[in-house]
Design a protein around this ligand. Structure first.
Ligand SMILES: *Cc1c(COP(=O)(O)O)cnc(C)c1O
Length: 371
């Protein structure tokens, strides 16, 4: 039975990527010296090119899941003036929590989950507290909505602030214009939109900003952005880096590039969403939406239908067996939306037919639970 993952965390990957662990197992590469440099150089170049920032930004890679890159960013990029964090989803709050725990001067602009931040309020808070940076999330995975990074970027530029954006759920799957949106630090991971394993994460950081932070000690030694950058520039890494994961990262990048880059990846997601969102509408499911907030490409947050609780629905779909040899893992809501909303993601290597079959299974499971 194939367990189709409709989650944003772990899902089926391309054969090209899966073959890496086999070939690497036969011939592992020592993560030191001349074998490492060309891999790091190629990856840094491919990422910059695909994000259109070869002249202005540099990529720094960390051995951690996406959250490690959040820690690296807030631990390294924020100066003594502190930071204003837009917290309108679970990950905005995570950024703010990390800042507070690190003793950073933190102004938390808290909003209802998914509510659009007001530029006037951000401006007033920055003026009042005189912070030097803004932190925010682009793809808000806990509500499946997109934050207005462009608008915040314009404001941040006008007020001469540094902008940190968590793009773990949006890089390589949503439009991101780092230059015109004035993004100084983009937080990314290899396993969401890029379709690789969750072993590595990376930050794409403006060069002058990197030089600046290299002059002061980072707050978390293991995730010191400046030190890691300098080390990777010279072809090494301060600690042991997972070369198998680097090669998988590269296979995923190559796959992304050869299949037509961002436009084609977004097209693939749009085709899936057409089937899924038409399906939700046909089944009468209500989508979580907020004024002036666009939906994410990677998934959809839906209200639980009447008389159906999340656990029963998830179990029915996980136990689904109608002879198609496929069952489905869906995702609960996070934080204060738990028990009200559930989420269905459309990431990874699955055919459109899988999403059509899933809609039928969802319909049958809901009917059975409501009976
Ligand atoms: C998934 C996610 C993270 C966390 O990434 P992990 O790989 O689970 O550590 C951070 N931010 C956003 C927006 C995410 O969607």
């Amino acid at each position: 039975m194939k367990r189709v993952s409709l989650t944003p965390a772990v899902f089926h990957l391309s054969d090209r990527l899966n073959r890496i662990s086999e070939s690497y197992g036969k011939q592992p590469i020592v993560p030191r010296g001349p074998a490492l440099k060309p891999i790091l150089d190629r990856l840094r170049q491919k990422v910059s090119e695909q994000l259109g920032v070869s002249q202005t930004h540099e990529t720094v890679i960390f051995t951690a899941s996406g959250t490690g890159a959040i820690a690296a960013a807030v631990g390294s990029c924020i100066d003594d003036r502190g930071v204003l964090i837009i917290a309108n989803d679970v990950y905005g709050h995570r950024q703010a929590d990390f800042c507070e725990q690190l003793g950073i001067r933190t102004i938390r602009y808290s909003l209802e989950p998914g509510k659009k931040p007001a530029m006037s309020e951000i401006e007033a808070l920055v003026k009042e507290h005189q912070v030097g940076s803004i932190g925010m999330v682009h793809g808000c995975t806990s509500v499946c909505l997109l934050n207005p990074v462009k608008e915040v970027g314009e404001l941040s530029k006008k007020m001469d602030l540094r902008l940190i954006v968590d793009a773990v759920a949006s890089v390589f799957v949503e439009e991101i214009d780092m230059t015109n949106w004035h993004i100084d630090t983009l937080i990314c991971s290899t396993n969401k939109g890029l379709h690789s394993n969750p072993d590595l994460s990376f930050c794409v950081v403006e060069k002058n900003h990197l030089e600046e932070m290299s002059q002061r000690p980072a707050r978390i030694p293991y995730f010191d952005m400046g030190k890691t950058w300098k080390s990777q520039l010279s072809g090494s890494h301060p600690y042991t880096i997972n070369i198998r994961a680097l090669l998988e990262f590269e296979a995923a990048m190559d796959d992304f590039i050869e299949r037509g880059g961002l436009n084609s990846r977004m097209g693939m997601y749009r085709d899936r969403l057409k089937i899924l969102r038409d399906g939700y509408q046909r089944l009468g499911l209500k989508t979580l939406l907020r004024d002036d907030m666009e939906q994410q490409n990677i998934g959809t947050a839906l209200y639980l239908p009447e008389g159906v609780d999340y656990e029963s629905l998830a179990t029915a779909l996980a136990d689904w067996d109608n002879g198609d040899d496929e069952c489905y893992e869906i995702y609960s809501a996070q934080g204060e939306l738990s028990g009200v909303v559930f989420r269905i993601f459309n990431m990874g290597e699955y055919s459109l037919a899988t999403y059509e079959r899933f809609i039928s299974a969802l319909e049958a499971c809901i009917k059975q639970l409501q009976a």
